[in-house]
Design a binder for this molecule. Structure first.
Ligand SMILES: [Zn+2]
Length: 375
C-alpha cells in the first residue's frame, strides 16, 4: 500500500494509477489549470444549440440527478447558463433524509423544472441489498445499477437525444476508464457498478431476470442507433465539488448538519440524501483501507483548501467509524440479525491491511499517509 505524495489517496483504490508517486486524480485535476475553459464552454453551448427547441416547447434534454449539490450545479449550468429546458431524472432512495427530500424538491422549485423519479421496487431492493452485501460487499449494487441504467432508458423513452451527467467519476477520482472525454457513453462500464451476470443474482430462486430488468443498462449500440448523446458537464466546466456546494447554497441547497451528524464523514454536504446507502461507501474501508474521509480530504487537498498534513488526523479519526445509523437502517431494511451483519462485515476485511484481535475487533496495519507499518 502506498499513498499519493500530493493527496491521501492510496493505491488500493481499484483501477487507480500512479505516476512518479502521484495519483491520476491529482494529475488530472492539475490539468484543469491549463485547460482552455472558454473554448470548452463554447463547445457546450454549441451542443445545446443543436438540441434547444428540438421538441418544440417540450424538453430539450434530460439531466440525471440525485438532488444533491452537484445536481444543483448541473441544473444551474444547463438551465441558467445554457438556457435549456431540461427534464430531471432521479432514482428515489429507500430511506430518505428529510434534508435530501427537501433538496430534491428545491431543485425543481428553484430551477423551474419537472422531475421524473423512479421509486425502486422495495421487495427486489431488499433482497438485492442483502445479497449484494453478502456476495459482493457492495450492498447498493442494485440501487447503483438503477441509477446508471434509468436515465439512459428514460431519456430514450421520452425521445430526448441529449442526456447530461455531472462528473466523470473514473477520470476525476480514479478508476478504470481514466480518459477525459466529453461523452458519457462509456460511463456505465466504470467501476461503480461491477458487471455481474443477472443469472448469478437469480441462483437462489428468489429473483428472476425479469425482476432485475429495470437495472439492465441499454447497450451502447442501442443508444447509438437511437442517436442518444450523453455528456459530462465536468468536461466543459471546471469541476470542484466544494465550489459546486457553494453555488448550490446560493440556489437553496441545504446541508445535513442540522438534521443528522454523521460519524464517518468530515463534511455534511456530500451524499446526504440517504443514510443506509452509505454502507456501500463505508465498505471501502475494510476492503481498501480508505473511505469517505480519504476521498473528501483528497479532494480538498487537490483544490488547495487544506494541506495533506492538516488532513491526516481527520482521515485517521473518521474513516474507521461505521455510523450507527447506517447499521440500524441497513439491518431494519434487510431484516439481518446483528451477528450475521458482523459475520458478513468480517468477511470483507482485507487481511493485508487489517488484523483482528481475539475479541473480533479489527486494527489497522497501515498508517494513513505513509503505508503498511513495518513489523
Ligand atoms: Zn493524489
Amino acid at each position: 500500500m502506498r499513498y499519493c505524495s500530493k493527496c491521501l489517496m492510496p493505491d488500493t483504490r481499484p483501477g487507480i494509477t500512479f505516476a512518479d508517486g502521484v495519483c491520476a486524480p491529482c494529475i488530472n485535476y492539475s490539468k484543469q489549470m491549463t485547460t482552455d475553459w472558454n473554448r470548452r464552454r463554447k463547445e457546450l453551448a454549441e451542443i445545446c444549440d443543436k438540441y434547444r427547441g428540438c421538441n418544440g416547447n417540450s424538453y430539450d434534454c434530460a439531466i440525471a440527478i440525485s438532488g444533491g449539490k452537484d445536481s444543483h450545479f448541473q441544473v444551474y449550468v444547463m438551465k441558467e447558463l445554457m438556457k435549456m429546458n431540461p427534464i430531471l431524472l432521479a432514482v428515489g432512495n429507500i430511506d430518505w433524509t428529510e434534508t435530501g427530500r427537501r433538496n430534491l424538491e428545491n431543485i425543481s422549485d428553484v430551477f423551474n423544472c419537472d422531475v421524473i423519479a423512479l421509486n425502486p421496487n422495495w421487495h427486489v431492493t431488499r433482497i438485492m441489498a442483502k445479497k449484494a452485501f453478502m456476495k459482493l460487499g457492495s450492498p447498493t449494487w442494485y440501487a447503483d445499477a438503477l441509477i446508471y441504467a434509468y436515465p439512459y432508458r428514460m431519456a430514450m423513452k421520452l425521445g430526448l437525444k441529449l442526456l447530461v451527467y455531472g462528473e466523470n467519476v473514473n477520470y476525476m477520482y480514479g478508476g478504470k476508464y481514466n480518459k477525459e472525454t466529453p461523452s458519457a457513453m462509456l460511463q456505465p462500464l466504470n467501476d461503480v457498478v461491477k458487471p455481474i451476470d443477472f443469472n448469478i443474482w437469480c441462483e437462489d430462486g428468489d429473483l428472476t431476470p425479469k425482476d432485475l430488468e429495470s437495472a439492465r443498462q441499454p447497450d451502447i449500440k442501442e443508444c447509438e442507433t437511437f442517436g442518444l448523446e450523453s455528456i459530462y458537464i465536468s468536461y466543459f466546466m471546471p469541476w470542484d465539488s466544494y465550489h459546486n456546494y457553494e453555488v448550490a447554497k446560493r440556489w437553496g441547497f441545504k446541508h445535513l448538519g442540522h438534521e443528522y451528524a454523521r460519524e464517518g464523514t468530515i463534511e455534511q454536504f456530500n451524499q446526504i440524501d440517504s443514510i443506509g446507502y452509505l454502507l456501500n461507501q463505508y465498505l471501502k474501508y475494510p476492503k481498501y483501507g480508505h473511505a469517505s474521509a480519504t476521498e473528501m480530504a483528497s479532494r480538498w487537498i487537490r483544490v488547495g483548501l487544506k494541506t495533506r498534513d492538516e488532513m491526516i488526523p481527520y482521515v485517521k479519526q473518521y474513516d474507521k467509524n461505521l455510523d450507527q445509523g447506517i447499521v440500524d437502517t441497513f439491518r431494519s431494511f434487510t431484516g439481518m440479525p446483528v451477528r450475521e451483519f458482523w459475520q458478513v462485515m468480517d468477511k470483507w476485511y482485507n487481511r493485508e491491511l487489517f488484523e483482528q484481535d481475539r475479541d473480533g475487533v479489527w486494527h489497522e496495519k497501515f498508517e494513513v499517509g505513509v503505508g503498511l507499518m513495518k513489523k
